[in-house]
Design a protein around this ligand. Structure first.
Ligand code: UT7
Length: 339
């Protein structure tokens, strides 16, 4: 799916994030599995990640992020028309985490649903929110990317457990005078679905004592294949979305790719010819937080003064499905008079 946002201008008018307090360092992991800080940093760029407290589920991570985004936008929950939670670790298979979050926020007028597109979920959610507003179905949409991957990671598997962390990021989308979103490009290749998946707990293999004994309730990943896929789609999707939006690589002020692995990011940036100063990286602090990774990066970039009003931002997510998605947006900060 690809398209330029030629209709009613829509933008991000509020941003908020939440990362659990507990920090798990590479040295902590080295005490749990046969790994080292040196291996993890060299292969992934990750130094530490956040882990949810035992009583925290994904909706508990969503709530503070959503409240912060609503405050940032100056929007009341009751005025939301739609709440989308992009996650692969919902509180339960159903009801949707979005419905639970909407209730706790007091978003009583809103439709609410979960969106499953792995680490691409946040960008898919932006496209859905944008489209709902551009088509006139909604005026205010809350898009949350949140995952508690620590609950589906096999903590005895060194090939995966060192990569992931927990977190949540939320944005409010509204129509404003200036153009925010310029274009989207989204895709999926289910033929690669089993390169990154959770074998049981669904209708094909319902959970049983047998599936639990076999560890099928943990995620499984073919790291090398996902690496190849990621480096490929980061380039193809970025090029496609820039092309349809009529922008060039040189126009981009900040490149915010999904924070999975520093090597993947650096390789994509090099091939796209985006120098380091225009690339945002915080995978060192959070690891791969799936659908929370891009909003967490936007939040840190803004806090560091690297994301400002009027800047052109390129975001690309990729992950399970296999899926990918990019968007080009002009960042519109603090212009309430435009709404
Ligand atoms: O959002 C998308 C989600 N997934 C990703 O983005 C992951 C994409 N893939 C990757 O980032 C990389 O493939 C990994 C970081 C997962 C692995 O890096 P790699 O350079 O592809 O390593 P590898 O799988 O080829 O393994 C190299 C060696 C192996 O040992 P041998 O066979 O050479 O003796 C592994 O057993 O490193 C070993 N290894 C480890 N050693 C220490 C694998 N994991 C670890 C570990 N600590 N944690």
């Amino acid at each position: 799916m690809i398209g330029a946002c030629t209709g009613r201008p829509v933008s991000i008018t509020g941003l908020g994030c939440y990362a659990p307090e507990r920090v798990l360092s590479n040295d902590d992991l080295a005490r749990m599995v046969d790994t080292s800080d040196e291996w993890i940093q060299t292969r992934t760029g990750i130094r530490e990640r956040r882990i949810a407290a035992p009583e925290q589920a994904t909706s508990d991570l969503c709530l503070p992020a959503a409240e912060a985004a609503l405050r940032d936008a100056g929007v009341q929950a009751i005025d939301l028309d739609l709440v989308i939670v992009a996650t692969i670790t919902p509180d339960m298979l159903f009801p949707s985490t979005a419905a639970l979050v909407a209730d706790r926020l007091g978003a009583r007028r809103a439709a609410a649903y979960d969106l499953s597109a792995g680490c691409t979920g946040f960008v898919y959610g932006l496209a859905q929110g944008y489209a709902a507003i551009a088509a006139g179905l909604a005026a205010r949409v809350l898009v949350i990317g949140a995952d508690t991957l620590s609950r589906i990671v096999d903590w005895s598997d060194r090939a995966t457990c060192v990569l992931f962390g927990d977190g949540a990021g939320a944005v409010v989308l509204e129509p404003i005078e200036r153009r925010g979103f310029h274009a989207f490009e989204l895709g999926a290749d289910g033929a690669g679905g089993l390169e990154l998946y959770m074998p049981s707990g669904g209708s094909r293999r319902p959970s049983s004592a047998e599936t639990v004994a076999a560890g099928e309730h943990f995620m499984r990943m073919n790291g090398r294949e996902v690496y190849k896929f990621a480096t490929r789609v980061l380039l193809s999707s970025a090029r496609a979305v820039l092309d349809i939006s009529g922008k060039s690589v040189g126009d981009i002020d900040l490149y915010v790719p999904h924070q999975a692995n520093l090597r993947i990011i650096e390789r994509a940036a090099k091939k796209l010819k985006i120098e380091e100063e225009r690339v945002f990286v915080n995978v060192d602090r959070y690891g791969n937080t799936s659908s929370a990774s891009i909003p967490l990066a936007l939040e840190d970039a803004r806090a560091e003064g690297r994301l400002k009003d009027g800047m052109l931002v390129l975001m690309t997510g990729m992950g399970s499905g296999l899926t990918w998605g990019s968007s080009v947006i002009t960042w519109t900060e603090g212009r309430e008079d435009e709404r």
